[in-house]
Design a protein around this ligand. Sequence first.
Ligand code: SF4
Length: 404
Amino acid sequence: MSVAAAIDVKGWCPGVLRPMQSGDGLLARVRPWCGALRLDEAKGLADASERFGNGHIDLTRRANLQIRGLEAVGVHGLQDAVDRLGLVDRDVEAEAGRNIMVSPLAGIDPAEADIRPIARALADLLASDTGLQRLPSKFGFLFDGGGSVSIAGERADISLRALGRMMAVGLDTPEGTDWVGSTPVEEAAEVAAAIARIFVGLGQQGRLRDLGEVSFGRLRAIVRKGLGPVGNLSIESRRFIGVKGSAVGVAAPFGRLDAYQLRRFAGLAEKAGAADMRLSPWRALYVGTRDTAAAQTLMKGAREIGLIVDADDPILRIDACPGAPACRSSSVDTRRTAHRLAASAFRGSVHVSGCAKGCARSAPADLVLVGEQGRYGIIRNGTTRDLPERTVKAEDVGALRDVR
Ligand code: SF4
C-alpha cells in the first residue's frame, strides 16, 4: 500500500506502517515489544521524531508511543528508521493486532512474576495466525505479574494475572473485568489466543464488552469449561510515581515528551544501570536501576528535565488531550487550560477535552471540561458524553471549585 493510500484510511488505529492525519501533521504509533523499549531504541525514536516529525512524542493509555508532526514526505524515512530499531511489524494487519499491555515492573520487581515471555508468546501467535488478524483493531490483551504495581484493573478485552503458578483469566464486560477462571502459566498465551479465536468466530465487529448478553454468555460458558477455579478476585490498578527500592517511576505531563526529554531520560537510565524503560497505561515510564542510590540520582535528573517525579503533583490529577492546535477537532488549548487548573484551588480529578470524543479519559472525573466553539462546557462527576450544565471561557476555569 502506498503511503498516500495508507494515510487516507479513516477510523483505524494509527501505526508506523499506517500513520494517521492529526492537527499537527501525521502521527505514527510505535508499539514496543511487551511494553519495553531498550535504551538505544528509545534514543533512536527520539532522534527519528526530531528528524521526521516535530519532536513531540505522546505516551498513550495503551502503553504505546506516538510520534507526531510527520509530513507525508517523511513517512518512509521514519518507517525505515523505526524498522532498523526492530520495532516495525511484518505488515499493517500484524501491527494493528499487536495490542498487548504488560505490567511495567515484570522482571524488575522480584516479588512479581516475570510474565514477559508469555506476552511475547501471544505476540508471536497474533503475528502468525491469520485468523487472529480478523480481530477488531482496538481488541487488546493485558498481562499482569501480580506485583504491587499492577495494571490488572485497566481495561483490556482479555486479561491475565499471575496467581502463583496459575494465571487468572478475565473477560471485559460493560461493568469491568469478569475473572472467569484460571489456567497454568505455561498455557496462558494459548488460552488468550483461543478465547480471541472464539470471539472472531462470533463474527462481531466491536469489542468483547460490546457483545450482547446472549453472545457473551455463550462465549463465557465455552471459556469456563477449559479453566480451573479462580475464587473472588478483587483487583485494582496500582500506579506508583517515585522510587520503590531500585525501581523508578516518572510521568510525562499529560503524557507528552519532547525528543530531548526521551533521549536524556534514556541516557540517565543507562547511567543508573538500567537495561530498558517500561511503558504503562498511566503515561508513566518505569526503570529498574542498579540500587537505591542510582534510583535517587535518576529521579533528580528526571525532575531537572521536566518529568513528574512526585505522586502528589497536581498535574497527575488532570487528563488533557492534545487539543488545539495539535488536533483539528478542538477549538481550545486544552493543555494550557489544564496548567491553569493545576495551579488553581480545585482538588478533584479533572478531564480537559478538546471535544466530546474524550480521547484522554473514558472514566468519569469530578470535573470535565469539553471544548466547543472556543469555550468549555462544564460537567460534574461525569464524562464527556454527559450534558454540560453551562459553559465558561478558558480564562475563567481557574475560578472553578470542588463540589462536595
Ligand atoms: S478529544 Fe477531540 S480534540 Fe481531543 S484529541 Fe480527541 S478528537 Fe482531538
